[in-house]
Design a protein around this ligand. Structure first.
Ligand code: ADP
Length: 729
């Protein structure tokens, strides 16, 4: 190991709190300790640094145990006026310096991180001044530096330099839960709701909330309202009602503005709707509910990656690099200079203030504007124009999974908007062959976004050459001109087989697009498959519940999760739940390892631990199944601790899809339809996926060549990069 460029680091959370901050602190502290650094926690943000004393506390491994599943931040956070003054910062510098701290990790918004940058710039002078006042002693000729790494902690997701800030995904969970509930009461009473969500200069939560809840209109700060916008809104909602929609939800960001730039109150929108729709419209302001509760799986993993990355960055670069912020860009940890991040983050607000909405939207990036455009299409009450482009048939194949319905909905609506007629096959490929096909009209898929499983019905079927004749004749009779298959590896293999049999069956000469949907995340051509985020959240909430049962008895739980040959769910669940050990199919299990695990459990329990979690992927080993592992651990633990096993099973597949899965389903579904509509006259078999910097479509054969047969997983799996993190933390 090269020598660390810092010796003692401090970690703090500052500004508004956000769920996931605890996981970031935990990872930063433990990674620092792992590298032999002294690590301090600063309580209450910059206030703690100014106060010193017990507000700056040395941390050990256990100081950050058992906090990951908690919302908020155990370090506390505050706003601090004194720190905005030089005297305040001098005091803070003296307190940090006197503990030997030469690196700091600040988790917060742009204000908190600006404070860190200023402190770092002024550090040598502040220390000189403090020495002059006798607050510290500064060795002759010393050239002290303060290395700074910031992390984006904000539920608004308004930070430049990261695709997601820590807390935004959890806030989205709260919004989508609330919207789902409003939808059901709204539908019962034929009501309209205006739901106000956070985001003063950032429409992310409103936009992503609307995409993932299936809301019917969205109002965000970055989009300029056209004159008489309210008439367009009312007309769209009225048309929806004529077509049978029983309810409507308007998703509004708190920072939405009138055409003249003045704030647009949710109540104003509600009044317009009450008057013009002739029905009562209620306002729901979600407020601080959005900040609350246990962090989502995504936020725990994001925060863990960034927290660990921050400590590693300080160790590797110290003050050689200017103050920087780590974010996640295209699923990779990425550093941006703090001054650049602050300037660009604030620029959006300035543009909105100046009425330059186009500029503000452009700064949000392509994915944001694409989603906004898409939302305008799919939330409308009906397609706006008709061109007979062909007939698309949608099949959900193999196992069903959460997010399939959201995907069918967007494919149906967008394809109709583009001028296709759309049909659905019931009960997968078997149903297709039995001609169990119905037309999917615009309103048929209303309200599908929130529903788990597959409304069309899925089902496994071993497709073979002998089925091709029947399949081709159904497609021909129905005049199907394109096939969209949503599913897991079954779907990919079936689509490939169909494409291979085109020569013999003219009815199969149609374009085929596969959309990845499987909780296992074991599919080629994509980093994420629809359903896997929901499954992960199901797992970690089950593990959270298990943790709550910790009592006086020392106990280890071996929790078996799904994944087939792919360790994604197991590894991410281990990372997001702080599990002791994870058994993966990618690695197998050796007796030697189990022996080490016994020793490590014994050590842990001797040191006061009461509960330990081990995550077991269902195909981790052909020899040692979960029960054998449990029995070995139990026998070796003898009277020191006992071991229980839990098989989560189908609980993992169940429930309403997470916001991430709904958004992924929407993006991938839209990409499939866009590709089809631009290439509807040629014949191909392709799949869509989320990869690197965005959504891609790939040749199906090429994608399947990425598989690590006979293991049913891709050869390269990005998440295996995180394996070491689970070992260290
Ligand atoms: P956020 O970090 O969420 O953007 P604030 O803007 O309120 O929240 O900043 C949090 C704290 O960071 C402030 O109370 C203050 O202590 C510190 N801070 C913010 N801006 C500055 C600044 N320009 N100089 C020094 N400290 C600052």
């Amino acid at each position: 190991m090269a020598e660390a460029k810092v010796h003692a680091i401090a970690v703090m959370t500052s500004g508004g709190d956000s769920p996931g901050m605890n996981a970031a602190v935990r990872a930063a502290v433990r990674m620092g300790l792992h590298h032999g650094l002294k690590v301090f926690g600063v309580y209450n943000g910059w206030q703690g640094a100014v106060d010193g004393g017990s507000a700056i506390e040395e941390m050990n491994w256990h100081s950050v145990g058992g906090i990951m599943q908690r919302g908020g931040t155990f370090l506390g956070t505050a706003r601090c006026q004194e720190f905005r003054t030089r005297e305040g910062r001098r005091q803070a510098a003296a307190h940090l310096f006197s503990r030997g701290i030469d690196g700091i990790i600040v988790i917060g918004g742009d204000g908190s991180l600006t404070g860190a940058r200023i402190l770092s710039e002024e550090w040598p002078e502040l220390l000189q001044e403090a020495a002059g006042l006798g607050l510290i002693t500064l060795p002759e000729g010393a050239k002290p530096t303060l290395a700074v790494v910031g992390l984006p902690g904000s539920i608004d997701n308004d930070t430049y330099g990261t695709d997601m800030s820590i807390g935004a995904d959890t806030a989205l969970h709260r919004i989508v839960d609330a919207a789902d509930q409003l939808m059901s009461t709204a539908a019962a009473h034929q009501r309209t709701f205006v739901m106000e969500v956070m985001g003063r200069n950032c429409g992310y939560l409103a936009l992503a909330g609307a995409v993932s809840s299936g809301a019917h209109w969205v109002l965000i700060p970055e989009e300029e309202l056209k004159p008489r916008w309210h008439q367009a809104m009312v007309a769209s909602l009225l048309r929806g009602r004529e077509l049978g929609r029983r309810h409507a939800i308007i998703m509004q960001a708190e920072g939405a503005r009138h055409t003249d730039g003045l704030p647009l109150e949710a109540k104003t929108v509600a009044d317009i709707l009450t008057k013009q729709l002739g029905a009562e419209t209620r306002v729901t302001v979600l407020g601080h509910v959005q900040r609350g509760g246990a962090p989502s799986a995504f936020d725990r993993v994001l925060a863990t990656r960034l927290g660990a990355g921050a400590a590693q960055d300080l160790i590797a670069n110290g003050a050689d690099m200017p103050p920087r912020m780590l974010g996640l860009v295209n699923n990779q940890v990425h550093a941006t200079r703090l001054d650049e991040m602050v300037e660009k983050s604030r620029e959006v607000g300035k543009r909105i203030e100046a009425g330059d909405y186009e500029g503000a939207l452009a700064l949000r990036g392509a994915s944001f504007t694409d989603q906004l455009k898409l939302l305008e299409t799919i939330t409308g009450p009906a397609p706006t124009h008709e061109r007979p482009l062909g007939n698309i048939l949608i099949v959900t194949a193999g196992h069903d999974c959460p997010g399939m319905n959201a995907c069918v909905r967007v494919v149906t609506r967008l394809a109709r908007e583009k001028g296709f007629d759309v049909f659905g096959a019931h009960y997968g490929l078997a149903g297709l062959m039995e001609d169990r096909i119905t037309e999917l009209k615009w309103m048929d898929v209303g309200g599908w976004t929130a529903r788990g499983g597959s409304e069309l019905g899925a089902g496994r079927m071993e497709l073979g050459a002998e089925h091709m004749h029947r399949l081709a004749s159904v497609l021909e009779e129905r005049n199907i001109t394109a096939l969209v298959v949503i599913g897991g590896l079954d779907a990919y293999m079936s689509a490939q087989l169909i494409a291979q049999h085109r020569r013999h069956h003219p009815g199969l000469y149609i374009p085929i697009i596969v959309i990845p949907a499987s909780i296992n995340n074991n599919l080629p051509g994509t980093e994420f498959s629809i359903g896997s985020d929901t499954a992960l959240n199901n797992i970690i909430s089950a593990v959270d519940n298990i943790k709550d049962t910790a009592g006086a008895n020392k106990r280890a739980f071996v929790v078996e999760v799904m994944g087939y040959d792919c360790g994604y769910l197991a590894l991410m669940a281990a990372l997001a739940s702080g599990a002791e050990q994870v058994y993966l199919p990618e690695e197998g299990i050796t007796l030697q390892q189990v022996t080490q695990d016994v020793a490590s459990l014994q050590r842990g329990f001797e040191n006061g631990k009461l509960l330990s979690i081990l995550i077991f992927s269902e195909h981790a080993s052909a020899t040692y199944d979960q029960d054998i592992i449990r029995r070995i651990l139990d026998a070796e633990g003898s009277d020191q601790f006992d071991v229980r096993s839990i098989v989560l099973g189908h609980v993992q597949r169940g429930g309403s899809p997470s916001p991430f899965d709904r958004i992924l389903a929407t993006r991938l579904g839209a990409a499939a339809v866009n590709y089809l509509s631009e290439n509807h006259e040629s014949t191909y078999a392709r799949c869509v996926g989320l990869r690197g910097n965005g959504v891609v479509t790939l040749d199906l054969d090429k994608a399947l060549a990425e598989m690590d047969w006979p293991a049913e997983r891709p050869k390269v799996q990005w998440f295996m990069e995180l394996r070491d993190l689970t070992r260290i933390l």
